[in-house]
Ligand binder design. Structure first.
Ligand SMILES: NC(=O)c1ccc[n+]([C@@H]2O[C@H](COP(=O)([O-])OP(=O)(O)OC[C@H]3O[C@@H](n4cnc5c(N)ncnc54)[C@H](OP(=O)(O)O)[C@@H]3O)[C@@H](O)[C@H]2O)c1
Length: 279
């Protein structure tokens, strides 16, 4: 399906005849993966990065399956193009395999996720810990497992996992960070586990992005609003564009990891935190 060897021979031939400038013309004519794909499944599609990704993929003519719990939000996306809503809780493993496993999917964008509550670790509600791990890790792994057999059978597919800078750096939100570190290792290891299938895997890990996710961390509206203030925060569209860019590369290119943050947000560093009462 992808005549890489033939393209390579044609390139060598053309360079010999016309010189290196011919590359620009040949590159523009080479096959772009997004055009070869027909169907996409986007989880976390009812708001934020997922909704923005659905809009961009539908605008590119793909059939898009949109997944989240708030079905009424998904219904609103149907006016953007060929979009099919699936009201589904990604903590419901049986539903994932029953509904998502029945679809023929070329592109999976694993976007559903929640933030951990802002409480200190030793005061975190155990139910919130489970919700974070089950949604961010369990939902991501099982969605990929549900659609991967079809991708392998058809010999094409692209899995994009939305991670976070919290999965790449120690920032301070241990459970959320652990969930996103799992997404990072999952993405790296999937490339090994799916070797020989032609399926591409990409992790897109954003910094703070202006979405509704802040409402999962705190009920305090002032704190939620404040998270997007005081600097020029990146938008859901910025992240969705990175997703589409990775998908749009020629098949021979696998974009493994994109980390993107606001220019004014710099992850990493180290803090000194004296403990009161100690000399
Ligand atoms: N915003 C940021 O600062 C930021 C930074 C780094 C990474 N991220 C990651 O980006 C991804 C998208 O988040 P966002 O910022 O776009 O936040 P968002 O606007 O709150 O979107 C989160 C999406 O996940 C869905 N979701 C949550 N729990 C679900 C469940 N159990 N089953 C099905 N769907 C579920 C939500 O839909 P329903 O509630 O309708 O189910 C919603 O569509 C997440 O993985 C997040 O961790 C965000």
């Amino acid at each position: 399906m992808y005549p890489i060897l033939n393209v390579s021979v044609a390139l060598t031939d053309a360079v010999n005849r016309f010189g290196a400038n011919c590359f620009e013309t040949l590159e523009k004519g080479s096959k772009m993966a997004l055009q070869d794909y027909q169907t996409a499944l986007v989880t976390g599609a009812s708001s934020g990065i997922g909704a923005a990704t659905v809009g961009m993929l539908a605008a590119r003519g793909l059939t898009v399956h949109a997944v989240a719990r708030r079905r009424e939000r998904l219904e609103a996306l149907t006016k953007l193009g060929d979009v099919t809503p699936h009201g589904l809780d990604l903590r419901d493993r049986a539903a994932i395999y029953q509904v998502l496993g029945a679809l023929d999917i070329d592109i999976l964008v694993n976007c559903a996720g929640i933030g951990s509550r802002f409480d200190p670790f030793h005061e975190l509600d155990p139910d919130n810990i489970d919700a974070t791990l089950e949604t961010n890790i369990g939902g991501t792994v099982h969605a990929a497992r549900a659609v991967a057999p079809g991708m392998v059978a058809r010999g094409r597919g692209h899995i994009v996992n939305i991670g976070s800078i919290f999965g790449l750096h120690a920032i301070g939100s241990a459970v959320y960070g652990a969930s996103k570190a799992a997404v990072h290792v999952l993405s790296q290891d999937l490339r090994h586990d799916l070797k020989g299938t032609g399926i591409r895997v990409t992790e897109v890990s954003p910094g703070r992005t202006d979405t509704e996710i802040f409402a999962t961390m705190t009920d305090d509206k002032n704190v939620q609003t404040g998270m997007a203030e005081g600097f020029e925060i990146i938008t859901a569209d910025d992240v969705a564009q990175a997703v589409v860019w990775a998908l749009d590369q020629p098949w021979r290119v696998n974009i493994s990891l994109i980390e993107l943050t606001a220019t004014e947000q710099i992850p990493g560093g180290v803090g000194i935190h004296p403990v009161p009462g100690r000399k």
